[in-house]
Design a protein around this ligand. Structure first.
Ligand SMILES: [Zn+2]
Length: 111
């Protein structure tokens, strides 16, 4: 059973709103709908200062996503946003070189 992780939209509402807009721009309507129910499973722990990526599904670390995986690069005004999608499910939101995001839920940040 998956743990009850908070919604990304509750922690980072601005990010989710931006994702939805960008996905709709890309014609990714299904993913745009899916973005509202993404769970914040973990923040990326790579330790890179420019990285604020979010894990949105449990996935064994270091394992390839395998079949059905695709990358969905978006075109934000700032930095880089790329989604890792496996069989229509968003697994990971890559957030690079962007202003610091503040978790509205007040959960512990990456460091
Ligand atoms: Zn990272």
């Amino acid at each position: 059973m998956q743990q009850d992780h908070p919604f990304v939209r509750d922690a980072f509402p601005d990010l989710v709103a931006e994702l939805i807009t960008l996905l709709e721009t890309e014609g990714e309507r299904e993913l745009a709908l899916h973005a509202t129910d993404l769970r914040l499973v973990a923040m990326c722990d790579c330790g890179d200062d420019s990285c604020q990526s979010i894990r949105t599904a449990a996935h064994p670390k270091g394992q390839p996503y395998g079949e059905g995986h695709r990358c969905v690069p978006l075109l934000p005004e700032e930095g880089t946003l790329v989604l890792d999608v496996v069989n229509g499910r968003i697994m990971y939101i890559e957030v690079l070189d962007r202003r610091a995001m503040h978790n509205r839920l007040g959960a512990r940040s990456r460091r």
